[in-house]
Ligand binder design. Structure first.
Ligand code: FAD
Length: 337
């Protein structure tokens, strides 16, 4: 059981800024996200697009904003738990207990839900047999590329993830890149590298093709794909990597007994607490009269929720409002002189 002051669900921009607001008040937080990296919608949906309405930053991309937020919270040495979905929230007297899909358990007097529009999850292969091989020889993300060394890898998808991994894994494995369209959506530079490798016979491209079956008992032995003309082709395959994009699922949040308004969590806008004491909701997931789904609104919500978290985590201490410019305590926490 991992003990902390605040469990933050979601490493989007708002969850990241919550770490900062808690950190300057001397509170420790852990951050859990279903994705393999921080940034939420900014990194997953628009990493290269410019944002123009972050106060005092005239222009920055989704990726740049994420990197700046991560840099800002570096002094707090926060533990991030990626690739884990928060499934269960239960109560243990004054504390909350959170359980994740990896069976990690966390306990804290406070939870901040900064889960945006829900957890990003891979769009899965719809064939029935796909489930049996999932996480054994069929994967929707790469955690350790070494496991693919010297193997026959069939990669599905037409976007950046499919192209990037086709290129990377072609250095250590035999890769077949399969897409249902002739056109790929990924970066032109990567695509031209892949076409070069294909011309040299170092990688195979199959388009437009669809996966029709996965064969094998314990492990995958081969797959069958269908070409546009209806012809079926068998491909020797040890591992499938599928990158059909992400879908957003509200998921288990609806089962935690929180008051919901359609797909959002209703909060008290004076401290962003939900109907459960010590559970707060900020950012895109929360709703209250006048709510704007903007990053800057989420930052404000994080600041107010962090004050309420302090009061629960340190019931015997008095909360003192301080400016970062003049507070010696805050500067110490930030490692500034
Ligand atoms: C194309 C586009 C352009 C935009 N442009 C702007 C703009 O110019 N200005 C602006 O202010 N806003 C903009 N937005 C909106 C902005 O991105 C969102 O307001 C912001 O991302 C919300 O941040 P968040 O941290 O609340 O949630 P998110 O960014 O959605 O992050 C939530 C995170 O929580 C994780 N999560 C959810 N449920 C769970 C669970 N059960 N367990 C573990 N993890 C979970 C998700 O995987 C995700 O990483 C734009 C949005 C889009 C799509």
């Amino acid at each position: 059981m991992i003990k902390t002051d605040v469990i933050i669900i979601g490493a989007g921009p708002v969850g990241l800024f919550a770490v900062h607001q808690l950190g300057i008040k001397g509170l420790k937080a852990v951050v859990i996200d279903n994705l393999d990296k921080a940034g939420g919608q900014c990194i997953e949906l628009y990493p290269d697009k410019p944002i123009y309405d972050i106060p005092a930053i005239p222009e920055c991309t989704g990726e740049e904003l994420t990197n700046k937020l991560l840099e800002q919270i570096k002094p707090f040495k926060t533990d991030f738990y990626f690739n884990e979905r928060v499934n269960e929230v239960t109560q243990d007297k004054e504390n909350w207990v959170v359980q994740t899909s990896n069976n990690n358990k966390f306990t804290a007097p406070n939870i901040i839900i900064a889960s945006g529009v829900g957890s990003f999850e891979p769009r899965k292969i719809s064939l029935k047999e796909a489930e049996k091989f999932e996480s054994k020889s069929l994967f929707y993300s790469v955690k350790n590329k070494e496991i693919f060394k010297g193997k026959n890898i069939s990669i599905f998808g037409g976007g950046d993830s499919a192209l990037d991994w086709a290129l990377e894994l072609s250095k250590i494995s035999k890769v077949t890149l399969i897409h249902r369209r002739n056109e790929f959506r990924g970066a032109p530079h990567t695509l031209s590298e892949i076409k070069k490798l294909s011309a040299q016979g170092k990688l195979s491209i199959k388009t437009p093709c669809e996966l029709v079956s996965i064969e094998g008992s314990k492990d995958i032995s081969e797959i069958k794909i269908k070409h546009e003309d209806g012809k079926i082709e068998k491909i020797k395959t040890d591992n499938i990597l599928s990158f059909f994009g992400l879908i957003m699922k509200l998921g288990p949040i609806t089962e935690w007994g929180l008051n919901m308004d359609k797909k959002h969590i209703s909060v008290d806008s004076s401290n962003f607490e939900t109907n459960k004491k010590g559970i707060f909701a900020i950012g895109d997931i929360c709703t209250y009269p006048g709510k704007l789904k903007l990053i800057l609104s989420g930052f404000h919500e994080a600041a107010l929720a962090s004050v309420a978290c302090f009061k629960r985590a340190r019931p015997n201490e008095k909360y003192r409002f301080e400016f970062t410019t003049s507070s010696k305590t805050i500067k110490d926490r930030l490692g500034k002189k």
